[in-house]
Design a protein around this ligand. Structure first.
Ligand code: GDD
Ligand code: MN
Length: 382
Protein backbone atom coordinates (compact mmCIF):
# COMPACT_ATOMS: atom_id res chain seq x y z
CA UNK A 1 0.00 0.00 0.00
CA UNK A 2 2.73 2.38 1.02
CA UNK A 3 4.56 1.55 -2.16
CA UNK A 4 1.58 2.44 -4.29
CA UNK A 5 1.13 5.71 -2.52
CA UNK A 6 4.80 6.52 -2.92
CA UNK A 7 4.55 5.98 -6.64
CA UNK A 8 1.36 8.03 -6.91
CA UNK A 9 2.67 11.11 -5.18
CA UNK A 10 5.44 12.05 -7.61
CA UNK A 11 3.12 11.48 -10.56
CA UNK A 12 0.51 13.70 -9.01
CA UNK A 13 3.11 16.37 -8.50
CA UNK A 14 4.29 16.13 -12.05
CA UNK A 15 0.74 16.70 -13.30
CA UNK A 16 0.52 20.01 -11.47
CA UNK A 17 1.88 23.09 -13.18
CA UNK A 18 5.32 24.13 -11.95
CA UNK A 19 3.97 27.37 -10.47
CA UNK A 20 1.48 25.70 -8.11
CA UNK A 21 -2.26 26.23 -7.84
CA UNK A 22 -2.34 30.06 -8.05
CA UNK A 23 -2.28 31.98 -11.32
CA UNK A 24 1.04 32.04 -13.16
CA UNK A 25 0.15 35.25 -14.97
CA UNK A 26 -1.80 38.33 -13.87
CA UNK A 27 -2.97 40.73 -16.54
CA UNK A 28 -3.37 44.22 -15.07
CA UNK A 29 -5.78 46.42 -16.98
CA UNK A 30 -6.27 50.09 -16.00
CA UNK A 31 -9.73 51.44 -16.76
CA UNK A 32 -11.48 54.76 -16.75
CA UNK A 33 -14.85 54.62 -18.47
CA UNK A 34 -14.27 51.56 -20.64
CA UNK A 35 -17.57 49.71 -20.13
CA UNK A 36 -18.02 48.44 -23.67
CA UNK A 37 -14.42 47.23 -23.99
CA UNK A 38 -14.30 45.02 -20.93
CA UNK A 39 -16.28 42.00 -22.17
CA UNK A 40 -14.62 41.81 -25.62
CA UNK A 41 -11.22 42.07 -23.92
CA UNK A 42 -11.93 39.25 -21.46
CA UNK A 43 -13.17 37.09 -24.31
CA UNK A 44 -9.95 37.71 -26.23
CA UNK A 45 -7.79 36.99 -23.17
CA UNK A 46 -9.66 33.75 -22.59
CA UNK A 47 -8.96 32.73 -26.15
CA UNK A 48 -5.34 33.93 -26.36
CA UNK A 49 -4.32 32.49 -23.00
CA UNK A 50 -5.91 29.05 -23.34
CA UNK A 51 -3.81 26.59 -21.31
CA UNK A 52 -2.28 29.29 -19.11
CA UNK A 53 -3.28 29.78 -15.45
CA UNK A 54 -4.09 33.48 -15.65
CA UNK A 55 -6.21 36.08 -13.88
CA UNK A 56 -7.15 39.66 -14.75
CA UNK A 57 -7.10 42.58 -12.33
CA UNK A 58 -8.91 45.65 -13.56
CA UNK A 59 -7.84 48.82 -11.76
CA UNK A 60 -10.70 51.24 -12.08
CA UNK A 61 -10.43 54.93 -11.19
CA UNK A 62 -14.05 55.42 -10.22
CA UNK A 63 -15.56 55.13 -13.70
CA UNK A 64 -19.01 56.67 -14.03
CA UNK A 65 -20.19 54.72 -17.08
CA UNK A 66 -20.86 51.36 -15.43
CA UNK A 67 -17.41 49.84 -16.09
CA UNK A 68 -17.23 48.30 -12.61
CA UNK A 69 -20.72 46.86 -12.85
CA UNK A 70 -19.69 45.24 -16.11
CA UNK A 71 -16.50 43.83 -14.54
CA UNK A 72 -18.63 42.56 -11.65
CA UNK A 73 -21.00 40.83 -14.04
CA UNK A 74 -18.08 39.09 -15.76
CA UNK A 75 -16.47 38.08 -12.46
CA UNK A 76 -19.63 36.22 -11.49
CA UNK A 77 -19.27 34.15 -14.64
CA UNK A 78 -15.48 33.85 -14.50
CA UNK A 79 -13.66 33.76 -11.14
CA UNK A 80 -10.40 34.87 -12.74
CA UNK A 81 -11.71 38.43 -13.09
CA UNK A 82 -11.09 40.88 -10.25
CA UNK A 83 -11.36 44.62 -9.79
CA UNK A 84 -9.51 47.17 -7.67
CA UNK A 85 -11.63 50.29 -7.23
CA UNK A 86 -9.76 53.56 -6.51
CA UNK A 87 -11.55 56.70 -5.35
CA UNK A 88 -10.36 60.30 -5.50
CA UNK A 89 -7.20 59.39 -7.41
CA UNK A 90 -6.17 59.14 -10.97
CA UNK A 91 -3.17 58.22 -13.05
CA UNK A 92 -2.45 55.37 -15.40
CA UNK A 93 0.96 54.54 -13.91
CA UNK A 94 -0.12 54.46 -10.30
CA UNK A 95 -3.16 52.36 -11.24
CA UNK A 96 -0.93 49.78 -12.95
CA UNK A 97 1.52 49.72 -10.05
CA UNK A 98 -1.25 49.08 -7.53
CA UNK A 99 -2.71 46.39 -9.78
CA UNK A 100 0.67 44.63 -9.97
CA UNK A 101 1.02 44.89 -6.19
CA UNK A 102 -2.41 43.34 -5.74
CA UNK A 103 -1.22 40.23 -7.58
CA UNK A 104 1.07 37.45 -6.36
CA UNK A 105 1.70 35.76 -9.68
CA UNK A 106 5.32 35.30 -10.80
CA UNK A 107 4.58 37.05 -14.11
CA UNK A 108 2.50 40.19 -14.63
CA UNK A 109 1.37 41.83 -17.85
CA UNK A 110 0.03 45.36 -18.24
CA UNK A 111 -2.28 46.23 -21.12
CA UNK A 112 -4.89 48.81 -22.06
CA UNK A 113 -8.59 48.01 -21.93
CA UNK A 114 -9.46 49.47 -25.32
CA UNK A 115 -8.15 46.54 -27.45
CA UNK A 116 -5.32 48.62 -28.94
CA UNK A 117 -2.80 46.13 -27.61
CA UNK A 118 -2.55 42.76 -29.34
CA UNK A 119 -3.43 40.06 -26.83
CA UNK A 120 -2.01 37.40 -29.18
CA UNK A 121 1.42 38.57 -28.02
CA UNK A 122 0.79 37.53 -24.40
CA UNK A 123 1.57 33.79 -24.69
CA UNK A 124 4.75 34.60 -26.61
CA UNK A 125 5.78 37.13 -23.96
CA UNK A 126 5.19 34.51 -21.30
CA UNK A 127 7.26 31.89 -23.14
CA UNK A 128 10.14 34.36 -23.47
CA UNK A 129 10.10 35.06 -19.73
CA UNK A 130 9.82 31.38 -18.85
CA UNK A 131 12.62 30.24 -21.13
CA UNK A 132 15.10 33.07 -21.52
CA UNK A 133 17.19 34.98 -18.97
CA UNK A 134 14.93 38.05 -19.21
CA UNK A 135 13.16 40.36 -16.77
CA UNK A 136 10.83 42.11 -19.16
CA UNK A 137 9.21 41.65 -22.56
CA UNK A 138 7.83 44.79 -24.19
CA UNK A 139 5.19 44.99 -26.91
CA UNK A 140 6.92 47.38 -29.29
CA UNK A 141 5.62 49.49 -32.14
CA UNK A 142 9.07 50.56 -33.20
CA UNK A 143 10.88 47.34 -33.99
CA UNK A 144 10.71 45.52 -37.33
CA UNK A 145 7.15 44.25 -37.81
CA UNK A 146 5.56 46.69 -35.36
CA UNK A 147 3.62 49.84 -36.15
CA UNK A 148 1.20 52.51 -35.05
CA UNK A 149 -1.48 52.06 -37.72
CA UNK A 150 -2.79 55.28 -39.16
CA UNK A 151 -1.41 57.83 -36.71
CA UNK A 152 -1.04 61.30 -38.17
CA UNK A 153 2.40 62.81 -38.68
CA UNK A 154 2.01 65.04 -35.64
CA UNK A 155 1.40 62.19 -33.22
CA UNK A 156 4.27 60.16 -34.65
CA UNK A 157 6.51 63.22 -34.22
CA UNK A 158 5.43 63.83 -30.63
CA UNK A 159 5.89 60.17 -29.72
CA UNK A 160 9.39 60.16 -31.27
CA UNK A 161 10.35 63.31 -29.38
CA UNK A 162 9.05 61.92 -26.08
CA UNK A 163 11.05 58.73 -26.72
CA UNK A 164 14.28 60.70 -27.24
CA UNK A 165 13.63 62.74 -24.09
CA UNK A 166 13.10 59.50 -22.20
CA UNK A 167 16.69 58.47 -22.97
CA UNK A 168 17.76 61.12 -20.44
CA UNK A 169 16.67 58.88 -17.61
CA UNK A 170 16.63 55.36 -19.07
CA UNK A 171 19.42 53.02 -18.14
CA UNK A 172 18.87 50.62 -21.04
CA UNK A 173 18.45 50.64 -24.81
CA UNK A 174 14.84 50.32 -25.88
CA UNK A 175 13.03 51.30 -29.09
CA UNK A 176 9.59 51.88 -27.56
CA UNK A 177 9.84 53.09 -23.94
CA UNK A 178 6.43 54.78 -24.37
CA UNK A 179 4.73 51.42 -24.72
CA UNK A 180 1.96 50.68 -22.24
CA UNK A 181 2.05 46.97 -23.11
CA UNK A 182 4.55 44.65 -21.43
CA UNK A 183 5.08 41.61 -19.24
CA UNK A 184 7.49 41.51 -16.31
CA UNK A 185 8.82 39.02 -13.77
CA UNK A 186 7.70 39.84 -10.27
CA UNK A 187 11.23 39.95 -8.80
CA UNK A 188 12.26 42.47 -11.48
CA UNK A 189 9.25 44.65 -10.65
CA UNK A 190 10.06 44.44 -6.96
CA UNK A 191 13.57 45.74 -7.65
CA UNK A 192 12.08 48.94 -9.10
CA UNK A 193 8.82 49.57 -7.29
CA UNK A 194 10.17 51.38 -4.22
CA UNK A 195 11.89 53.99 -6.36
CA UNK A 196 9.10 54.50 -8.86
CA UNK A 197 7.58 57.98 -9.18
CA UNK A 198 4.13 56.70 -10.24
CA UNK A 199 3.40 59.97 -12.01
CA UNK A 200 1.37 60.15 -15.21
CA UNK A 201 1.04 57.77 -18.16
CA UNK A 202 4.48 56.36 -18.88
CA UNK A 203 4.93 53.49 -16.48
CA UNK A 204 7.62 51.77 -18.55
CA UNK A 205 9.94 54.78 -18.53
CA UNK A 206 9.43 55.02 -14.78
CA UNK A 207 10.12 51.32 -14.29
CA UNK A 208 13.27 51.22 -16.42
CA UNK A 209 14.64 54.35 -14.77
CA UNK A 210 13.91 53.09 -11.25
CA UNK A 211 15.33 49.58 -11.30
CA UNK A 212 18.26 49.00 -9.00
CA UNK A 213 20.03 47.11 -11.78
CA UNK A 214 19.69 47.26 -15.58
CA UNK A 215 16.57 45.44 -16.72
CA UNK A 216 17.18 42.57 -19.15
CA UNK A 217 14.56 43.14 -21.81
CA UNK A 218 13.38 42.07 -25.19
CA UNK A 219 10.95 43.79 -27.55
CA UNK A 220 8.36 41.91 -29.58
CA UNK A 221 6.72 43.77 -32.47
CA UNK A 222 2.99 44.38 -32.67
CA UNK A 223 0.62 46.64 -34.54
CA UNK A 224 -1.04 49.28 -32.35
CA UNK A 225 -4.73 48.93 -33.23
CA UNK A 226 -7.59 51.40 -33.31
CA UNK A 227 -9.43 51.97 -30.04
CA UNK A 228 -12.50 49.70 -29.87
CA UNK A 229 -15.17 51.71 -27.97
CA UNK A 230 -15.13 54.83 -25.77
CA UNK A 231 -12.71 57.72 -25.79
CA UNK A 232 -8.97 58.22 -25.28
CA UNK A 233 -7.87 59.76 -21.98
CA UNK A 234 -4.72 61.17 -23.52
CA UNK A 235 -4.75 64.97 -23.34
CA UNK A 236 -2.26 67.83 -23.31
CA UNK A 237 -1.88 67.22 -19.62
CA UNK A 238 -0.19 63.90 -20.25
CA UNK A 239 2.76 65.79 -21.75
CA UNK A 240 3.06 67.86 -18.59
CA UNK A 241 2.96 64.78 -16.40
CA UNK A 242 5.67 63.22 -18.53
CA UNK A 243 7.94 66.21 -17.89
CA UNK A 244 7.17 65.93 -14.17
CA UNK A 245 8.13 62.25 -14.30
CA UNK A 246 11.45 63.03 -16.02
CA UNK A 247 12.14 65.83 -13.53
CA UNK A 248 11.37 63.49 -10.65
CA UNK A 249 13.73 60.85 -12.03
CA UNK A 250 16.50 63.45 -12.41
CA UNK A 251 15.92 65.49 -9.21
CA UNK A 252 14.05 62.99 -7.09
CA UNK A 253 17.04 61.81 -5.08
CA UNK A 254 17.74 65.41 -4.02
CA UNK A 255 14.41 67.27 -3.74
CA UNK A 256 10.84 66.05 -4.02
CA UNK A 257 9.56 67.17 -7.41
CA UNK A 258 6.26 68.26 -5.86
CA UNK A 259 8.16 70.74 -3.75
CA UNK A 260 9.86 72.08 -6.87
CA UNK A 261 6.45 72.52 -8.53
CA UNK A 262 4.99 74.07 -5.41
CA UNK A 263 7.85 76.57 -5.22
CA UNK A 264 7.53 77.33 -8.92
CA UNK A 265 3.85 78.09 -8.45
CA UNK A 266 4.81 80.21 -5.42
CA UNK A 267 7.21 82.18 -7.62
CA UNK A 268 4.45 82.80 -10.15
CA UNK A 269 2.28 83.89 -7.19
CA UNK A 270 4.80 86.55 -6.17
CA UNK A 271 4.82 88.00 -9.68
CA UNK A 272 1.01 87.90 -9.83
CA UNK A 273 0.87 89.61 -6.44
CA UNK A 274 3.05 92.49 -7.64
CA UNK A 275 1.03 92.92 -10.83
CA UNK A 276 -2.29 93.05 -8.96
CA UNK A 277 -0.79 95.41 -6.38
CA UNK A 278 0.41 97.74 -9.10
CA UNK A 279 -2.95 97.65 -10.85
CA UNK A 280 -4.98 98.38 -7.72
CA UNK A 281 -2.69 101.23 -6.72
CA UNK A 282 -2.32 102.85 -10.10
CA UNK A 283 -5.49 102.00 -12.00
CA UNK A 284 -8.11 101.46 -9.28
CA UNK A 285 -6.45 104.01 -6.96
CA UNK A 286 -7.14 101.95 -3.84
CA UNK A 287 -5.35 102.62 -0.56
CA UNK A 288 -2.12 100.68 -0.04
CA UNK A 289 -3.35 98.36 2.71
CA UNK A 290 -6.46 97.47 0.74
CA UNK A 291 -4.45 96.94 -2.47
CA UNK A 292 -2.00 94.71 -0.65
CA UNK A 293 -4.89 92.70 0.80
CA UNK A 294 -6.54 92.30 -2.60
CA UNK A 295 -3.24 91.29 -4.20
CA UNK A 296 -2.48 88.75 -1.47
CA UNK A 297 -5.98 87.25 -1.73
CA UNK A 298 -5.82 86.96 -5.51
CA UNK A 299 -2.32 85.48 -5.42
CA UNK A 300 -3.45 82.92 -2.87
CA UNK A 301 -6.48 81.86 -4.93
CA UNK A 302 -4.25 81.72 -8.02
CA UNK A 303 -1.65 79.61 -6.22
CA UNK A 304 -4.27 77.23 -4.92
CA UNK A 305 -5.80 76.79 -8.38
CA UNK A 306 -2.44 76.24 -10.08
CA UNK A 307 -1.24 73.80 -7.43
CA UNK A 308 -4.51 71.93 -7.67
CA UNK A 309 -4.01 71.65 -11.42
CA UNK A 310 -0.27 71.10 -11.74
CA UNK A 311 1.28 70.00 -8.45
CA UNK A 312 -1.56 67.75 -7.32
CA UNK A 313 -3.04 66.72 -10.66
CA UNK A 314 -3.39 63.18 -9.32
CA UNK A 315 -5.41 64.31 -6.30
CA UNK A 316 -7.21 67.21 -7.98
CA UNK A 317 -10.07 68.66 -5.90
CA UNK A 318 -13.34 69.34 -7.69
CA UNK A 319 -16.72 70.96 -6.89
CA UNK A 320 -17.35 71.30 -3.16
CA UNK A 321 -13.97 69.84 -2.35
CA UNK A 322 -12.33 72.59 -4.39
CA UNK A 323 -13.94 75.23 -2.14
CA UNK A 324 -13.14 73.32 1.05
CA UNK A 325 -9.57 72.92 -0.17
CA UNK A 326 -9.32 76.64 -0.86
CA UNK A 327 -10.42 77.45 2.69
CA UNK A 328 -7.93 75.01 4.25
CA UNK A 329 -5.16 76.26 1.94
CA UNK A 330 -5.90 79.84 3.03
CA UNK A 331 -5.69 78.77 6.68
CA UNK A 332 -2.41 76.90 6.14
CA UNK A 333 -0.90 79.83 4.24
CA UNK A 334 -2.09 82.25 6.92
CA UNK A 335 -0.06 80.39 9.52
CA UNK A 336 2.85 80.12 7.09
CA UNK A 337 2.67 83.85 6.55
CA UNK A 338 2.80 84.54 10.29
CA UNK A 339 5.80 82.19 10.61
CA UNK A 340 7.51 83.82 7.66
CA UNK A 341 7.16 87.34 9.07
CA UNK A 342 7.93 86.22 12.63
CA UNK A 343 11.17 84.44 11.72
CA UNK A 344 12.31 87.23 9.40
CA UNK A 345 11.62 89.87 12.05
CA UNK A 346 13.38 87.89 14.75
CA UNK A 347 16.50 87.41 12.62
CA UNK A 348 16.48 91.02 11.55
CA UNK A 349 16.03 92.43 15.08
CA UNK A 350 18.02 90.04 17.23
CA UNK A 351 20.69 88.46 15.08
CA UNK A 352 21.49 91.66 13.19
CA UNK A 353 21.19 89.64 9.98
CA UNK A 354 21.13 91.59 6.76
CA UNK A 355 17.63 92.42 5.54
CA UNK A 356 17.76 90.07 2.55
CA UNK A 357 19.07 87.12 4.56
CA UNK A 358 16.28 87.59 7.09
CA UNK A 359 13.79 87.94 4.24
CA UNK A 360 14.95 84.76 2.48
CA UNK A 361 14.99 82.77 5.73
CA UNK A 362 11.41 83.85 6.51
CA UNK A 363 10.23 83.02 3.00
CA UNK A 364 11.96 79.62 3.06
CA UNK A 365 10.38 78.68 6.39
CA UNK A 366 6.99 79.91 5.18
CA UNK A 367 7.11 77.93 1.94
CA UNK A 368 8.34 74.71 3.52
CA UNK A 369 5.52 74.99 6.06
CA UNK A 370 2.93 75.75 3.38
CA UNK A 371 4.14 72.85 1.27
CA UNK A 372 4.39 70.31 4.07
CA UNK A 373 1.13 71.14 5.79
CA UNK A 374 -1.00 71.66 2.67
CA UNK A 375 0.17 68.29 1.36
CA UNK A 376 -1.40 66.55 4.34
CA UNK A 377 -4.31 68.91 5.06
CA UNK A 378 -5.47 70.27 1.70
CA UNK A 379 -4.39 67.55 -0.72
CA UNK A 380 -4.36 64.61 1.63
CA UNK A 381 -3.91 61.14 0.23
CA UNK A 382 -7.08 59.07 0.14
N1 GDD B 1 -7.26 53.50 -13.76
C1 GDD B 1 -6.94 54.41 -14.69
N2 GDD B 1 -6.65 55.68 -14.29
N3 GDD B 1 -6.93 54.06 -15.99
C2 GDD B 1 -6.62 55.01 -16.91
C3 GDD B 1 -6.31 56.33 -16.57
C4 GDD B 1 -6.33 56.68 -15.18
O1 GDD B 1 -6.08 57.82 -14.78
N4 GDD B 1 -6.04 57.01 -17.72
C5 GDD B 1 -6.19 56.13 -18.73
N5 GDD B 1 -6.54 54.92 -18.23
C6 GDD B 1 -6.75 53.67 -18.97
C7 GDD B 1 -7.77 53.73 -20.08
O2 GDD B 1 -9.07 53.45 -19.63
C8 GDD B 1 -7.24 52.69 -21.05
O3 GDD B 1 -7.65 51.39 -20.67
C9 GDD B 1 -5.74 52.79 -20.86
O4 GDD B 1 -5.52 53.35 -19.60
C10 GDD B 1 -5.05 53.63 -21.94
O5 GDD B 1 -5.69 54.89 -22.02
P1 GDD B 1 -5.97 55.60 -23.41
O6 GDD B 1 -6.68 56.84 -23.16
O7 GDD B 1 -6.58 54.63 -24.38
O8 GDD B 1 -4.48 55.96 -23.84
P2 GDD B 1 -3.79 55.98 -25.25
O9 GDD B 1 -4.31 54.92 -26.15
O10 GDD B 1 -3.76 57.34 -25.75
O11 GDD B 1 -2.29 55.62 -24.77
C11 GDD B 1 -1.80 54.32 -24.85
O12 GDD B 1 -0.78 54.28 -25.77
C12 GDD B 1 0.36 55.05 -25.42
C13 GDD B 1 1.37 54.96 -26.51
O13 GDD B 1 1.06 55.83 -27.49
C14 GDD B 1 -1.27 53.83 -23.48
O14 GDD B 1 -0.95 52.47 -23.59
C15 GDD B 1 -0.04 54.56 -23.05
O15 GDD B 1 0.51 53.93 -21.88
C16 GDD B 1 0.96 54.52 -24.14
O16 GDD B 1 2.07 55.31 -23.79
MN1 MN C 1 -5.97 53.77 -26.06
Amino acid sequence: MALVEASVVPDDHAAKPAHGPGPELTVVIPTMNERDNVAPLVERLDHALAGVAWEAIFVDDDSTDGTREEIGRLSRIDGRIRCLHRIGRRGLSSACIEGIQASLAPFVAVMDADLQHDEALLPRMLDCLRQEPLDLVVGSRYVEGGGVGNWDKRRVGISGFATRLGRLVLKVEIADPMSGFFMIRRDAFDRAVRSMSAVGFKILVDLLASSSRPVRLKELPYQFRERHAGESKLDAFVAWEYLVLLADKLLGPYVPVRFVLFSMVGGIGVVAHLIVLWLSLNLAHLAFALSQGVAAGMAMIGNFTLNNFLTYSDRRLKGWNFLKGLVSFAAVCGVGYAGNVGVAKYLFDNQSSSWWLAGIAGAAIGSVWNYAVSSVVTWKRK
